[in-house]
Design a protein around this ligand. Structure first.
Ligand SMILES: Cc1ncc(COP(=O)(O)O)c(C=O)c1O
Length: 309
């Protein structure tokens, strides 16, 4: 097993990793019926503190997704926060951490059950997840032949486990072809996002990113970077459709997300992005993002939840 942790928070209590099991006959297992979040917590040596980044905003998005899926979450926001912090403390993390609150359906009756006819379970996983080489050095990207899930079928706005079959198809294809994270187009043929992150590019001094109606997840990192770019770097930010051919002539590009942080894109479909290495605006955004998440920018401390007392 590649990932493990001392504890998992499962249905109301902390349990040792090996005891965190659910039945094979649950809807969660049979049909991938869950809605989840991926949140990072950053350890700051300087502040000797682990900071959860925008926890409350992630839980708000979890509730939004659950509402669309007609799923009822059996815990309050305060209970989910307390459970998350308990888990992080119990695991004793002092490093970069990714934690995942997951609401899942238990035993169902075919697929037509209403929310009050099925138990909704809840668990939280937390893993150490250091920043990758891709974030430091950038990646070679491509345009996936797979389209992002359409809002008309399985909304990408919902962070549902089952949507990640679509993501995996795109990731695996890109990897087999020798690329890193691919760009996924939506059914209209416009840029949507990566399979696990949002997409931004720089053209003629503007930061450009697809709108939230482009079949993307309403990413919290995307929202964060838009605010930081506008308010701290004075960059014009435009939310608009992006054509495939624009990818080949942009000056800079990067993926952004809790997991992928700010991952520079050095080339797309073998076209160099700018000079074929992480660009200056991307580097400034990256630096600012890390300063904010590690608690070094007082103005944005309200986005951080200290884990240790
Ligand atoms: C499909 C997809 N898009 C975008 C994102 C970025 O979202 P966030 O910034 O909230 O982590 C993610 C991250 O989990 C994702 O899975």
């Amino acid at each position: 097993m590649s990932k493990s942790a001392p504890f998992v928070w499962l249905d109301g209590k902390l349990v040792p990793w090996a005891e965190a099991t659910i039945h094979v006959a649950t809807e969660a297992v049979l049909r991938g019926e869950n809605v989840f979040e991926g949140i990072r917590a950053y350890w700051s040596e300087k502040h000797q503190q682990l900071f959860a980044f925008r926890h409350a905003d992630h839980i708000a998005r979890l509730r939004q997704g659950a509402k669309i899926m007609r799923m009822w979450i059996p815990y309050t926001d305060a209970e989910i926060e307390a459970a998350s912090l308990d888990l992080l403390r119990a695991c004793g993390y002092r490093g970069q951490v990714h934690y995942r609150p997951v609401a899942y359906f238990d035993f169902g009756n075919l697929t037509d059950y209403l929310p009050d006819e099925i138990r909704t379970g809840f668990f939280i996983l937390a893993f150490e997840m250091p920043t990758t080489k891709s974030v430091r050095e950038g990646i070679r990207s491509c345009v996936s032949t797979w389209r992002r899930n359409s809002d008309l079928a399985s909304p990408s706005r919902v962070k549902a486990g089952s949507n990640y079959h679509n993501s995996r198809l795109a990731y695996v294809e890109a990897r087999l072809n020798g690329f890193g994270v691919p760009v996924m187009l939506n059914a209209a043929g416009k840029v949507a996002e990566g399979p696990g992150s949002c997409f931004m590019m720089v053209r003629k001094g503007q930061l450009i990113t697809p709108p939230i109606t482009a079949d993307i997840l309403e990413s919290i990192t995307r929202e964060t970077l838009i605010e930081l770019a506008r308010n701290e770097l004075g960059l014009p930010v435009v939310e608009r459709d992006i054509d495939r051919s624009e990818l080949y002539i942009c000056d800079e590009a990067f993926f952004c997300g809790s997991g992928h942080e700010v991952t520079p894109v050095n080339s797309i479909d073998h076209y160099d992005v700018g000079e074929g290495r992480p660009g200056p605006i991307t580097r400034r955004i990256q630096q600012l993002y890390f300063d904010v998440v590690e608690g070094d920018v007082p103005k944005y401390r309200h986005w951080l939840t200290p884990v240790y007392a």
